[in-house]
Design a binder for this molecule. Structure first.
Ligand SMILES: N[C@@H](CCC(=O)N[C@@H](CS)C(=O)NCC(=O)O)C(=O)O
Length: 203
């Protein structure tokens, strides 16, 4: 695999690797993306944490092109193309962590890695179901879920939850419990997270 310094202008500068610490591969990673989508945000953040140059194809979810179903039978984004086509944000995160191991987002210790993966595996029950119930106006336990989030286990699992926590605060106007607000403040200066905060602010 050829690795060299990327001097190309990214197709979507607002999502370009922030620090100049980008690596370019023998092909450009392509992300089928939607700015508003927190599942896509997981992947955007991982790509930027790893300093990977990538281009995005923005999908209008309200007027989705039919070819999206050729990439992912469910029609959902994100979908990553790294020479092969891969849907599902949590699987894409795992793939990027394995394929581009530096910098590592999972801890070194096997038990800590397992705990981080378990937190991602249980995302729906620990946050997602109640987040979407709240958005629909259905009964929900969002506030209780936020107070009990498995935050701070690893950067990997934090990235899997952050997009929703940002949207809870900045889009739904729900006040974060103290510990979670502090956790978010601690992560916000990271360029990858600062960019996502900007994406959400522009929605
Ligand atoms: N389990 C999928 C969920 C992705 C997902 O729900 N994406 C939404 C946008 S945030 C989508 O494409 N929705 C279109 C649809 O449901 O038809 C993942 O983790 O990637």
């Amino acid at each position: 695999m050829e690795i060299s310094v990327d001097i190309r202008v990214p197709l979507r500068p607002c999502l370009a690797p922030p620090s100049g610490r980008s690596i370019v591969l023998d092909r450009v990673l392509k992300l089928y993306d939607a700015g508003a989508c927190p599942f896509c945000a997981r992947v955007r953040i991982v790509l930027e944490e790893k300093g990977l140059a990538y281009e995005t194809v923005e999908i209008d979810l309200r007027n989705r092109p039919s070819w999206v179903y050729d990439l992912n039978a469910s029609g959902k984004v994100p979908v990553l193309d790294d020479g092969f086509v891969l849907p599902e944000s949590a699987v894409i995160m795992e793939y990027l962590e394995e394929r581009y191991p530096e910098p590592a987002l999972l801890p070194a210790d096997a038990a800590a890695r397992a705990r981080a993966r378990l937190a991602v595996f249980r995302f729906d029950e620990l946050l997602g179901d109640d987040y979407y119930a709240h958005r629909r106006g259905d009964p929900n336990a969002l506030v209780e879920r936020l107070a009990a989030l498995p935050a701070g286990l690893s950067l990997f699992s934090d990235i899997a939850y952050l997009p929703w926590v940002i949207r809870v605060r900045d889009r739904l106007g729900v006040e974060l419990p103290g510990g979670l607000a502090t956790w978010l403040e601690g992560l916000a200066p990271r360029p990858s997270i600062a960019r996502e905060l900007e994406v959400v602010a522009a929605l």
